[in-house]
Design a protein around this ligand. Structure first.
Ligand code: ASP
Length: 316
């Protein structure tokens, strides 16, 4: 059978970054090199079948915006509907990669693979990690049976639900917490440890329609994150409520615990109609629900992903 097409969407990040000196791995500017150039520098990519590229954005992902997310969700869902497209690879900065991954999984729930990849070193580095990551991501996108939104970095495949940036500098910068990775890419072959993310086509179409209807940044429901810590108070919650916030995710301590002052403010906001969700600031585990919990938990989503889920929920 003729191999199908893989589409690589460039959005910027360190993978497209440039520094003045090849020895400089941190003093670079992200989002400088075009996706065509990045792909042209990896001749082995074309060996498995056709690969096309599109420059969807060119940003440092610390500046990720709802406008770029809208563009991404709409283009990804258009491409997924084309029978000749086997899968999509998205080059992305590492800083907000996990948020985009969960946004696309929740919005598109794709039955084909959508693989985010990245780099910790700029393209100008003496030994850049981006080219191998892209090669591995394309191997995942070409794998028969692959589906859902995943991230590929340093030879490891992480699912959108669990992936999290866990290191500021090392090349193996992502983890999947106690859920563990989906698998590994070893010399172009996949060694799978668990299932791919689930595909839910009906829910996806509904979400994409809502996103397409949104006019601009300001129309996204405002959801903010507050955190529990020693000496926390209700001041942040009250200030956000006064500004008309629609949802609050609280990064709790431990298994959903909250300082009594913060909890009182959150309960008051909830009673006034603000949607409140408890996630945990712990890296592993999730908030376990107890009978009579006054504030719902995030179903295992980290605070930043619970925020994405709540925004999409408020949209519908
Ligand atoms: N600040 C960069 C970005 O997120 C970091 C990276 O890509 O590693 O775009």
């Amino acid at each position: 059978m003729k191999p199908q097409k893989i589409v690589i969407l460039g959005t910027g990040g360190t993978i497209a970054g440039r520094a003045a000196a090849a020895s400089d791995n941190i003093g670079y500017t992200a989002a400088q090199v075009g996706i065509d150039q990045l792909v042209a520098d990896i001749p082995a990519l074309a060996e498995g079948g056709p690969v096309t590229t599109e420059q969807l954005a060119q940003i440092d992902s610390k500046d990720m915006s709802f406008a770029v997310w809208t563009q991404l969700a709409l283009r990804v869902s258009e491409l997924l509907a084309q029978p000749e497209v086997q899968g999509i690879v998205i080059t992305h900065g590492t800083d907000t990669l996990e948020e985009t991954a969960w946004f696309l999984q929740a919005a598109c729930s794709p039955a084909k693979p959508v693989v985010l990849t990245c780099a910790m070193r700029p393209a100008s580095a003496l030994v850049p990690d981006g080219p191998q990551n892209v090669l591995d991501a394309v191997a995942v996108a070409r794998h028969a049976g692959a589906q859902g939104v995943v991230a590929v970095c340093a030879g490891t495949i992480h699912g959108a639900h669990d992936v999290q940036k866990v290191h500021t500098y090392q090349l193996n910068a992502f983890g999947s917490g106690d859920a563990g990775p989906i698998g590994y890419v070893e010399e172009g072959r996949l060694r799978l440890l668990r299932n791919w993310p689930l595909a839910k086509a009906e829910r996806a179409q509904e979400a994409i329609k809502k996103i397409a209807d949104l006019g601009n940044e300001g129309d996204w429901p405002r959801v903010e994150i507050v955190m529990n810590y020693a000496g926390a108070s209700g001041a942040m919650v009250e200030a956000l409520q006064a500004q008309g916030v629609r949802g609050l995710v609280v990064a709790t301590t431990g298994n959903g615990t909250l300082h009594h002052a913060l909890e009182a403010a959150l309960l008051k906001a909830q009673a006034a109609g603000v949607r409140v969700v408890r996630a945990t600031r712990c890296l592993n585990g999730q908030v376990l629900a107890k009978p009579g919990d006054a504030i719902p938990d995030s179903q295992g989503l980290s605070p930043v992903k619970a925020r994405v889920a709540l925004m999409l929920d408020l949209l519908s």
